[in-house]
Design a protein around this ligand. Structure first.
Ligand code: NDP
Ligand code: MG
Length: 389
C-alpha cells in the first residue's frame, strides 16, 4: 500500500472512463486522492465532481464553458483552453495523470504529462496512434511510465510483466465484433446511429462505441499495442470473441498461451493502472466459468469491416499515415453521429483521405498537428461531398 495517497489528475473526468475512475478513487481514500479534474465543455458536472472530491483546480478545454464555470464556482480556480489543460498537469504536483480524453485532443496532455516525468494511466489510445514513436521516446527520456487503461492492453501489460525478452512470439487482441458482427456489407448500408450505439458487451462513450461497430477501435488498438509493447505488427493478431471475457492473450516460445479473463468492467483496468504495482479490491463478481459455459472465437471479417484493414495499412506505412487515419476517422464518426454520413461511408472517407494526403515523415509534434489539421480539412470536404451526393 502507498504510505501517502497517490495524487491523481483525471482528464476527461465527465466521460465514461472519467466517471468510472472517480468510482475507483472513491473506494480507495487511503491510496488515491484526486487533485485536479478536466472536461471539454460540461462545466456543471465538472464543478459538481470538484465539490465532491474537494478539488480546487479544474480545467475546461472550451473557453466559453470555462468562463461560465469561473462565474458560477467560487470554490477554486478554473483554467481554460488546451493551455489550461497543460497548466493543470504541470502545476499541480501530482503522481499520476489519467488521460481519459477522447480523440487526438488527448495528445498534448499526454506529452505534457510525460514531459514532466509524471506517470501516465492512458485510456486515450489516440495519443499513441497519432504520436506513437515520439510519445514513447519522450517517456523513455524522462523515465515516466505509461500504464494502459484500455482493457486489452491492460491485460497484455499484466501478461507480459513476468516474461523475459525474446520469449513472446505473438500478442492476440480480442474483439467483441460489435453490434454488427456477422453482417454482410449489404446489410450495413442502412444501419442507424441508434443501432451502431447499441454495443453488445461494453458501455462506453459515443466515439469509441462507433469505432467498435466499424472495428476501427481494434485498428487503433493494434497500433496502440505496437507502441506500448514494441511488438512488430506481423506478431499482433486480432480474433473475434463475442463474450468479451478473454481480454487478450500472449503466445510464448515454449508453446504456452496465457490469457487474461474477467467480466467486462472498465473499473478493473482503471484500478490496475491507478494502483500499479499494487492491487486492491474492485467490486466485481468472480468469474463463474460454469455459468458462462462456453467461450467462442472466430476470425475477423476484414473484407466487410474495412476500417481494420485501413488501420493495418496505415500502421505499416507509418509516418503521418496513422495520424491521418485517426483524424479522418474522428471527422467521419462525428458526421455519422450527426446524421450526415451513412455507416459504410465512414471507411470510405478514411480511405480517400489517406489516398489524398499520402504519408510524410514525422519530425516533431508540430508536424503531427499539421498532418492532423490537413487530414481533418480533407475529410470534412469528403463528408460534405457525400452528404450532397
Ligand atoms: P467520453 O466521450 O465518454 O468522454 C470524453 C471525455 O473527454 C469527457 O470528459 C469530455 O468532456 C472530454 N473531452 C472531449 N473532447 C475534449 C477535448 N477536445 N479536449 C479536452 N477534453 C475533451 O469518452 P470515453 O470515456 O468513452 O473514452 C475516453 C478515452 O478512453 C477514449 O480515447 C477511448 O477510446 C478510451 N477508452 C474508453 C473505454 C470506455 O469504456 N469508455 C474503453 C477503452 C478505452 P465533456 O464531457 O465536456 O464533453
Ligand atoms: Mg479496448
Amino acid at each position: 500500500m502507498h504510505l501517502v495517497p497517490r495524487r491523481v489528475v483525471i482528464l476527461g473526468s465527465t466521460g465514461s472512463i472519467g466517471v468510472q475512475a472517480l468510482d475507483v478513487v472513491s473506494r480507495s481514500p487511503e491510496e488515491l486522492r484526486v487533485v485536479a479534474l478536466s472536461a471539454q465543455s460540461a462545466w456543471e458536472p465538472l464543478i459538481e465532481q470538484a465539490r465532491e472530491q474537494g478539488v480546487t483546480r479544474i480545467a475546461l478545454a472550451d473557453g466559453d464553458a470555462a468562463a461560465c464555470a469561473g462565474e458560477a464556482w467560487t470554490g477554486g480556480e478554473v483554467l481554460a483552453g488546451p493551455e489550461g489543460l497543460v497548466r493543470l498537469i504541470t502545476e499541480c504536483d501530482c503522481d499520476i495523470v489519467l488521460n481519459a480524453i477522447v480523440g487526438s485532443a488527448g495528445l498534448v496532455p499526454t506529452v505534457a504529462t510525460l514531459g514532466e516525468g509524471i506517470d501516465l494511466a492512458l485510456a486515450n489510445k489516440e495519443s499513441l496512434v497519432v504520436g506513437g514513436e515520439l510519445v514513447t521516446a519522450l517517456a523513455e527520456a524522462t523515465g515516466a511510465a505509461i500504464i494502459p487503461v484500455d482493457s486489452e492492453h491492460s491485460a497484455l501489460h499484466q501478461l507480459l510483466a513476468c516474461e523475459r525478452p525474446g520469449t513472446v512470439d505473438r500478442l492476440i487482441l480480442t474483439a467483441s465484433g460489435g453490434p454488427f458482427r456477422g453482417r454482410s456489407a449489404a446489410e450495413l448500408e442502412d444501419v442507424t446511429v441508434e443501432q451502431a450505439l447499441a454495443h453488445p458487451t461494453w458501455e462506453m462513450g459515443g466515439k469509441i462505441t462507433i469505432d467498435s461497430a466499424t472495428l476501427m477501435n481494434k485498428g487503433l488498438e493494434l497500433i496502440e499495442a505496437h507502441h506500448l509493447f514494441g511488438t512488430p505488427y506481423e506478431q499482433i493478431d486480432v480474433v473475434v470473441h463475442p463474450q468479451s471475457i478473454v481480454h487478450s492473450l500472449i503466445q510464448l516460445c515454449d508453446g504456452a498461451t496465457l490469457a487474461h479473463l474477467g467480466y467486462p468492467d472498465m473499473r478493473v483496468p482503471i484500478s490496475y493502472a491507478l494502483h500499479h504495482p499494487e492491487r486492491v479490491d474492485v467490486p466485481v463478481a468472480p468469474l463463474d466459468l460454469v455459468a458462462l459455459g462456453s467461450l467462442t472465437f472466430e476470425p475477423v471479417d476484414e473484407a466487410t469491416f474495412a476500417c481494420l484493414r485501413l488501420a493495418r495499412e496505415a500502421a505499416k506505412t507509418g509516418g503521418t499515415a496513422p495520424c491521418t487515419l485517426n483524424a479522418a476517422n474522428e471527422v467521419a464518426v462525428h458526421a455519422f453521429l450527426g446524421g450526415r454520413l451513412r455507416f459504410p461511408q465512414i471507411a470510405a472517407v478514411i480511405e480517400q483521405t489517406l489516398a489524398l494526403r499520402g504519408a510524410k515523415q514525422v519530425h516533431s509534434f508540430d508536424s503531427l498537428a499539421d498532418a492532423d489539421a490537413r487530414a481533418r480539412s480533407a475529410a470534412s470536404e469528403l463528408v460534405a461531398a457525400f452528404a450532397s451526393a
